[in-house]
Design a protein around this ligand. Structure first.
Ligand SMILES: O=P(O)(O)OC[C@H]1O[C@](O)(CO)[C@@H](O)[C@@H]1O
Ligand SMILES: [Mn+2]
Length: 450
């Protein structure tokens, strides 16, 4: 067994134990900054809380801030993680997961911010933010990240308009498109959705990070930054499920999109989903979002509905047309939004079949799953210290509910499925290639089709 490997050749989890690693810097610098911003946001909303709830609002604000400051201090001083106390439906499962982590660590040490797996502690921080808010009615539904998400949507308006106009143009000529043209548009919109993932707010610790340029025009220049491009497999998968259905109107029955960020990225996902349905490549789209505010910019049910309403209300013909179209897909059941507590838990996805069998069973009904973003990639691969040439399939460790594809810009140091030498070359050319968000993958796992 190679050095650092645990049982069955599975490498160790990334962790802040390694001083100077990206995990270490995230926990030392970026997470406290995110907490400070959350505290500022609550404080800035003090008057609003007073207007809405009077003195009760003010004392809830103070109490929430004090819990978050305490949390920030726990992170900064590498305190042991604490059990959750808020009695929500997922509390028990979080506390059990902590026991699991503790038993892996043994009796000598306690699970703590810098010693436990990075994936676990980073997820846990967002759950603790949720606890701090939830324990403080009447402000217990406040989304501390909402302002950033709405701002990122408004700042990318030009790009959204350009994208909706592009979609409208495709749809005007949809009937006449050849198979080749169709696959070309598909690839473009898949790549737009891929690069949409550059626009998250967690990596920049909440700094503005929106899309300004026209997303279609940038695609050519970004091409060489796609390190793995399995889009052909994705296309074949969509088309093979069309063949298997054998119906005259050829469609994959269902594509699931596991969403990542609100703002521009969500619009790129909705545009791709619209194209899949209006081109006849898919019949239904299931979107999966988060149950509570997560990793600064991730989509909640509220963000999802808000984005569609804003798109409908836009003072731009193609944008508002798209918004109305999306609303009608939802009311006709062609599109549906789902959330499941598992998406806001710290588990590697290889645990899903055992720990969230209901979700796993639902995903098995999909013809194709698209996993958006970096955190989903970390969970797909377990956020472990894999070699770059390890197969994606190996890193998934049996997680294969349906053919799946990760659309991810690289923001954490895990990347598998590269060619021999590719990782080394990148490290020489651009030492921060795994974390600077400049590179991306379209990485597929499923039956190989021709
Ligand atoms: O929105 P995304 O693409 O999942 O990116 C969030 C990522 O940013 C980070 O905060 C960068 O460390 C990761 O924790 C996380 O994987
Ligand atoms: Mn995210």
């Amino acid at each position: 067994m190679a050095a650092g490997q645990i049982g069955h050749g599975v490498p160790p989890s990334l962790s802040a134990k390694v001083t100077g690693s990206f995990a270490y810097l995230t926990i030392r610098d970026r997470m406290p900054t995110i907490l400070t911003k959350a505290i500022d946001t609550i404080h800035r909303n003090k008057n609003k809380f007073f207007e809405e709830y009077g003195e009760e609002g003010i004392s809830a604000e103070k109490q929430a801030i004090s819990l978050l400051s305490k949390l920030r201090n726990e992170v900064q001083t590498d305190k042991p993680l604490l059990e959750l106390m808020d009695g929500l439906s997922d509390t028990e499962s979080w506390n059990q997961y902590m026991q699991r982590q503790q038993s892996q660590l043994g009796d000598q040490e306690l699970v703590s911010w810098f010693k436990s797996p990075w994936l676990y502690v980073e997820c846990y921080m967002y759950r603790r933010i949720q606890e701090a808010i939830w324990l403080n009615p009447p402000i217990n539904n406040f989304d501390v990240f909402n302002e950033g998400k709405t701002q990122s949507f408004f700042e990318s308006q030009q790009a959204v308009m350009a994208l909706c106009t592009y979609l409208g143009d495709i749809q005007k000529s949809m009937e006449k498109l050849s198979e080749n043209q169709m696959s070309e548009y598909f690839n473009k919109l898949l790549q737009v959705s891929l690069w949409g993932n550059k626009c998250d707010l967690s990596i920049s610790a909440g700094q503005e990070n929106s899309q300004k340029a026209s997303p279609i025009d940038s695609l050519n220049s970004l091409q060489s930054f796609i390190l793995v491009n399995d889009s052909n497999m994705v296309w074949l998968t969509l088309n093979s499920s069309r063949r298997l259905q054998g119906s005259r109107k050829k469609t994959a029955d269902r594509v699931d999109i596991v969403l990542d960020n609100a703002g521009f990225e969500l619009v790129t996902d909705l545009v791709l989903a619209d194209f899949l349905v209006s081109s006849g490549l898919a019949r239904h789209i299931h979107f999966h979002g988060k149950c509570f505010p997560w990793f600064v910019s991730d989509v909640t049910a509220n963000d999802f509905q808000w984005t569609i309403r804003q798109t409908m209300a836009a003072n731009h013909k193609w944008m508002s047309k798209s918004g109305y179209q999306w609303q009608s897909y939802l009311s006709e059941g062609i599109w549906s939004y789902h959330d499941h507590p598992f998406w806001t838990q710290p588990h590697e996805f290889c645990d899903m079949a055992a720990d969230a069998p209901d979700l796993y069973a639902t995903l098995q009904e999909a013809d194709l799953m698209l996993f958006k973003g970096d955190l989903n990639y970390r969970k797909l691969t377990g956020d472990r210290d894999w070699g770059h040439t390890v197969d994606f399939c190996t890193a998934l460790r049996g997680f294969e509910p349906a053919p799946l594809c990760s659309l991810r810009t690289l923001k954490a140091n895990v990347q598998v499925g590269l060619q021999p030498g590719q990782g080394e070359k990148l490290s020489t050319q651009d030492p921060s290639w795994m974390t600077n968000g400049k590179y991306a993958v379209i990485q597929f796992h499923g039956p190989k089709l021709e």
